[in-house]
Design a protein around this ligand. Structure first.
Ligand SMILES: Nc1ncnc2c1ncn2[C@@H]1O[C@H](COP(=O)(O)OP(=O)(O)OP(=O)(O)O)[C@@H](O)[C@H]1O
Length: 735
């Protein structure tokens, strides 16, 4: 084994390129698996940060922290000098670069040195949002190229990197259905790390899904799922094209634990905050033809007794604005695009009226069948989010015969299918897994009455959009005239609104609660100018001040998430991490540890930016700012939920973040936050004298982008001061 102290560039290259079987071995299993074949040894001597004086002890520490075998990040921050201008060196984790043996805190690394590490990671399309997007400014598209391939910190010791407690669990031939999108995330040059375990193929995410270049060309969504590309196999691609059975890559055996059955857990909820009542003052704009009036109370919704009981048990006494408007619209059978701030109750806004309809229609209890035909399909971009939606569906349908099922990638496909065949009225799914089970003819679409796209702007962008299009053109899927399509998000870029027309009836209604794309006002936003070399120090300072309050730290890449989490653990700050390169078991464990406060700091990529509703998250720190303002809005929305207050601190790096200055100023001023003078200056200098922080600009889609619509009314949520739009005209055609 080459010592880090003497390791030169070539050594790193060799070190990186050779498969590191040991990096997949849980720490507690390492003795068993390391026969010395790859030269790794696993020194179990405890190492404290003070023991990190030399390269070898540091390395040992990284190992114990679950970091990628043999790839100590050494003492350098994974620099970001090329963050904005990635040139996508494939698999470029320090290729030809040395990371070893520098001072941890004070060493800046030379421009040239940093490139190998981060060029590659800046096209981490699973977690990076829209670096290379096709759409301007918002939403966006990123090439599906995933060269992120390091298996850093997959296996962990205590503290930071947990997971894998269920053991090694790979390559088990237990099920016909084990292969899924979640197994094949790792591509590029290091794709082989998977195959090192499975002994199958090269493990390349995209190639393995493309069935050897048949043109299916898998796409990995920006946030989450690996999406099977389209091709001749079309909607059956995964079943027929080998996705589920014969592709390379290890099989996924993870079976998530069943959700709790006891009523207390099902209905566990957190308290609404002091600003909950202020929701009523937010202006709501409804556009489209003939909208039904808003309701002001749950009673007005005329829900059945069981639903009312469940609502009461969930602690809901009062509707939020998006619920006041969306519930009657959905009950009236209308299609809907609804945009409301983060944490303001969009999930119940669609679940309650759907369940009410199902109850009204006298839905029959599901029973065992090989082919299930759900009445409702809900899709969301990330596994954790769809699971959360499922738990909400389960809560509100408690005591009814409606059966909700959740399926998502990274879990054993056989398990998903077993859940489905037992009966399924509401199917909550991530897109890849949904297409899998449709392809396997476990799910039929003929009975679909409700199609819900949560985080709809994300579901329709170029990451998931093609898959969604495939879904609506699957055999059996009722046409948009025959089904009800509902879209929800806190952000809705104009480009995406236009795409949505293909999914919605032309007379759909658009509900905008407050400013479309605006940040939640209950989050106190602070922007600090922090250069990349000072970020870690600043982070530690802030976290020490915060103490044990729950904090999400967002970084831009998966590798960096590992790096920062490990660094914080070394600093004795109890931290865990979630990102797309962690196994599902690990992701769930990390989220669980964070939820329960065992690890009060969660370092995350954008995979955790949307939708997650975690009690008591008091702080969000953007260690790296995202590249789009929408992403920023979603990230900071993990705090300040449901009327509670929260704080968001963002490190603004002059070198790399100036393109965000203008939209940031806009978001801050719209949310009535202090705007630092220096930020305004940057925004001004970037965009010239025409820019005004208060100008509407083009940062948000302020309203329904249909140019002509029949009716438009602006109301506060008490339902007053309606203004009618002038002269109704024919519906804008979207097709
Ligand atoms: N009417 C209500 N009364 C009390 N609590 C509510 C009400 N509606 C929703 N909540 C709670 O508010 C929290 C946030 O709701 P939800 O997750 O649906 O927000 P969201 O608008 O979907 O947020 P995001 O944009 O981040 O996805 C949840 O804990 C939910 O149970």
């Amino acid at each position: 084994m080459v010592s880090l102290a003497t390791m030169g560039d070539e050594d790193w290259e060799a070190e990186i390129i050779k498969p590191h079987i040991s990096s997949y071995v849980p720490v507690f299993e390492k003795d068993r698996y390391s026969s010395g074949a790859n030269g790794d040894t696993f020194n179990r001597t405890p190492a404290s940060s003070s023991e990190m004086g030399d390269g070898s002890s540091r390395r040992d520490h990284f190992m114990r922290s679950g970091f990628a075998s043999g790839r100590s990040l050494g003492n350098r921050d994974p620099g970001e000098s090329n963050k904005r201008e990635n040139t996508s060196t494939v698999g470029g984790f320090g290729v030809g670069k040395s990371f070893g043996n520098r001072g941890f805190s004070n060493n800046k690394f030379e421009e040239g040195d940093s490139s190998g590490f981060w060029r590659e990671s800046s096209i981490d399309c699973e977690d990076n949002q829209t670096r290379n997007r096709g759409f301007s400014k918002r939403g966006g598209y990123q090439d599906g190229n995933d060269s992120e391939a390091l298996g850093s910190s997959r296996r962990g010791g205590r503290g930071s990197f947990r997971g894998c407690r269920g053991g090694f669990g790979r390559g088990s031939p237990n099920s016909d259905y084990e292969q899924d999108e979640g197994t094949q995330r790792s591509g590029g040059i290091f794709g082989s790390r998977r195959s090192a375990l499975s002994g199958a193929g090269n493990g390349d995410t995209f190639q393995s899904r493309s069935g050897g270049g048949s043109g299916r060309g898998g796409y990995k969504g920006l946030n989450e799922e690996v999406i099977t590309g389209s091709g001749k196999n079309s909607w059956k691609s995964e079943a027929e094209g080998g996705e589920s059975g014969d592709t390379q890559g290890p099989k996924v055996t993870y079976i998530p634990p069943p959700p709790p059955e006891d009523e207390d857990s099902i209905f566990a909820h957190y308290q609404t905050g002091i600003n909950f009542d202020k929701y009523d003052t937010i202006l709501v704009e409804v556009s489209g033809h003939d909208p039904p009036p808003a309701i002001l109370t749950f009673e007005e919704a005329n829900l059945c007794q069981t639903l009312n009981n469940n609502i009461a048990k969930a602690g809901y006494t009062k509707l939020t604005p998006v619920q006041k408007y969306s519930i009657p619209i959905i009950q009236g059978g209308r299609d809907l695009m609804a945009c409301a701030q983060t944490g303001s109750g969009k999930t119940a806004a669609f679940l309650l009226p759907i369940l009410a309809h199902m109850m009204r229609d006298g839905i029959t209890a599901s029973r065992f069948k090989e082919l299930q035909e759900p009445e409702c399909i809900i899709v969301a971009p990330t596994r954790e989010l769809i699971n959360q939606i499922y738990l909400e569906a389960r809560k509100f349908s408690f005591g009814t015969c409606v059966r909700a099922v959740v399926i998502y990638g990274g879990t054993q496909l056989g398990h998903s299918i077993r859940q489905i065949v037992q009966g399924c009225n509401i199917l909550c799914a991530t897109p890849g897994r949904l297409m899998d089970v449709i392809g396997k003819e476990k799910i039929g679409l003929r009975q679909v009455k409700y199609l819900v796209l949560d985080e709809a702007d994300r579901m329709l962008d170029m990451g998931f959009g093609p898959e969604m299009k495939k879904l609506i053109s699957c055999p059996g899927m009722p046409s948009k005239e025959q089904r009800q399509t509902l879209m929800f998000s806190a952000t809705f870029p104009e480009e995406i609104q236009r795409l949505a027309g293909e999914f919605l009836k032309s007379n759909y209604l658009f509900v905008a609660v407050g400013q479309v794309g605006g940040a939640c006002r209950d989050v106190q936003q602070t922007i600090l100018q922090v250069g990349q070399y000072s970020k870690r120090e600043k982070l530690v300072e802030i976290l020490r001040n915060i103490g044990d309050e729950r904090t999400m730290v967002f970084v831009e890449t998966k590798k960096k998430a590992d790096f920062i989490a490990t660094f914080l653990c070394q600093e004795k700050i109890s931290t865990t991490s979630i990102h797309g390169d962690r196994e599902q078991r690990e992701r769930e464990q990390a989220l669980g540890d964070f939820r329960c406060g065992k690890c009060p700091v969660l370092v995350a990529t954008s995979v955790a930016a949307r939708g997650l509703d975690i009690e008591n998250v008091q702080h969000v720190i953007n260690f790296d700012l995202p590249s789009t303002i929408d992403e920023y809005v979603h990230r900071i929305g993990r705090t300040g939920r449901c009327g509670n207050t929260g704080r968001a601190i963002s490190f603004f790096d002059l070198e790399s973040d100036s393109q965000l200055a203008q939209p940031l100023v806009k978001v801050l001023s719209d949310a009535q936050q202090d705007v630092p003078a220096w930020l305004e200056e940057i925004a001004f200098s970037t965009y010239g004298p025409g820019f005004s922080g208060n100008a509407r600009g083009n940062v948000f889609a302020s309203v329904d982008t249909r140019k002509n619509y029949h009716g438009k009314s602006s109301l506060n949520t008490a339902g007053f001061s309606s203004t009618q739009a002038p002269n109704p005209v024919d519906d804008e055609s979207w097709d």
